[in-house]
Design a protein around this ligand. Structure first.
Ligand SMILES: [Cu+2]
Length: 351
């Protein structure tokens, strides 16, 4: 039998802190939780929050758990996200190809990574969000820790990743004491989303594309994307124009870029352009398409076989194109890369 004193003490505690008034903390994973990511494999990225909808009471907190290269941006009520790439205020000047000819994009805006992202990180810290002022985690460093945000005012708030426009979640804040989903219900909702991700990711890497078309990554519903060239090798007859496309639902940005050197060697021609995407000052040869008129690609193009689509995305609101094409009239095998994700590689064999 439980001693009476213990029962009374327990009852007193329960009375002093009614369950409804206890501030709770719920988790939102920024990218797929580890167990799901493992099932998806290394080549499938998840540009999604898990769960993508969470309901808490005013006074509760949400712990944003980093799980991938994403930031957490909760704009002030009515606000919007911030761009990851911004004009520097200067114009591109003196950009020449290997044959010494100026590229078309001289005079266009020079761009850099937004310095706002390189200020101190909010990961590992705690904030209070009232809706009046935004909260932004900045970039996740290695071994980033969760960011905890306390929501004090009832309302519906949008959570964004600025690195992957389209990746978003909703935090609904109900009044204090209002009924919100239990931990068990939250777990069931999360499982639905992770199960759907695993199902929707199946077969993305082998999905058939149109004739003479290479998909730069293959996206699926819910922010999923297979991070590879599909097909990774394409064989065409001389005289064929090959189209490189972003896929519907992609929240990524990719390039299809041909040129000499080792993509992983920052001292080589193509490797140096790829490396510039990790530095604030992006090489305009990586950002802009190499050409704005049709090109027949050979080892002599731009003096060294360089041709690049420039940065493409599938976002209808962005000024970037969603596809680019180049013609092949000379037999040979041509390797190409995504300058932003150098592990994404493919080849076109021209017969
Ligand atoms: Cu890419």
């Amino acid at each position: 039998m439980i001693p009476l004193r213990t029962v009374v003490a327990a009852a007193a505690i329960t009375l002093a802190v009614p369950a409804a008034a206890q501030a709770k903390t719920k988790d939102m994973s920024v990218g797929a939780p580890a167990a799901t990511a493992k099932k998806l494999g290394e080549l499938v990225t998840t540009n999604a929050f898990y769960p993508s909808k969470l309901t808490v009471n005013a006074g509760d907190s949400v712990r944003f758990v980093p799980a991938g290269f994403h930031n957490v941006d909760i704009p002030a009520k009515g606000g919007s996200g911030i761009p990851f790439i911004v004009p520097t205020g200067q114009k591109v000047a003196g950009s020449l190809d290997a044959a010494g000819a100026p590229f078309w994009f001289n005079g266009q805006d020079a761009m850099s990574l937004n310095p706002e992202f390189f200020q101190s990180s909010g990961y590992g810290k705690s904030f209070t969000y009232t809706g009046a002022k935004g909260v932004n985690s900045g970039l996740p460093g290695e071994k980033a820790k969760p960011m905890t945000v306390k929501f004090t005012k009832a309302g519906s708030y949008t959570v964004l990743c600025d690195l992957h426009p389209g990746m978003k979640a909703t935090v609904k804040v109900a009044k204090k004491g209002a009924k919100v989903p239990s931990a068990k219900q939250d777990a069931a909702t999360l499982k639905q989303q992770t199960d759907a991700s695993v199902k929707n990711a199946k077969g993305l890497g082998t999905k058939t594309q149109g004739a003479n078309t290479v998909a730069l990554g293959v996206a699926a519903k819910g922010g999923l994307e297979y991070m590879g060239m599909v097909p990774a090798s394409l064989t065409v007859a001389r005289g064929t124009t090959v189209k490189f496309v972003m896929t519907k639902g992609s929240y990524e940005a990719h390039t299809a870029s041909f040129g000499p050197g080792d993509i992983n060697d920052g001292n080589s021609y193509i490797g140096a352009i790829a490396k510039s995407f990790e530095s604030p000052a992006i090489d305009p040869k990586g950002l802009y398409p190499s050409d704005v008129t049709p090109v027949s690609l050979s080892g002599a193009t731009h003096g060294n076989g360089f041709w690049s689509s420039g940065v493409l995305d599938a976002n209808s609101k962005s000024p970037l194109p969603g596809e680019a094409s180049v013609k092949f009239d000379t037999a040979g095998t041509y390797k190409f890369y995504c300058l932003i994700h150098p592990f994404m590689q493919g080849s076109v064999t021209v017969q």
